[in-house]
Design a protein around this ligand. Structure first.
Ligand SMILES: [Zn+2]
Length: 116
């Protein structure tokens, strides 16, 4: 799912994205000429491998997201770590969801056996 930056105004634009067992639901609105703010909730299940024993497990995800989206390279004053840059004038919501899932998976997760 993609939305062009120029279509996003100060009025809130709601969106909902379903991808396999995950859902990203929230809103985007324009914060400044080159910046859009996304506020959303990400929830669902993602399969993962236990970082201790290697068994497959299902991660329950329920995370609020607040990310700045920049139309091109961001040169403003907000910490770059909170800004995702898009090139080509469109916001790719699948890419946002995928990168958030990857960042959750990059942490350590243990199956129920290994937790106890
Ligand atoms: Zn385990």
């Amino acid at each position: 799912m993609e939305i062009a930056f120029k279509k996003i105004a100060k009025e809130v634009l709601n969106f909902e994205l379903l991808n396999e067992n995950m859902k990203l639901s929230g809103a985007v609105f324009r914060k400044s000429p080159d910046l859009v703010l996304l506020k959303a909730d990400m929830f669902g299940q993602v399969s993962h491998i236990c970082d201790r024993c290697g068994n497959e497990l299902s991660l329950e995800i329920n995370e609020p997201l607040e990310i700045f989206l920049s139309d091109g390279i961001y040169k403003g004053e907000i910490d770059k770590i909170d800004v995702v840059e898009f090139y080509g004038g469109v916001i790719d919501f699948n890419e946002i969801l995928q990168s958030e899932i990857e960042s959750i998976k990059s942490g350590y997760h243990y199956c129920s056996k290994c937790k106890n």
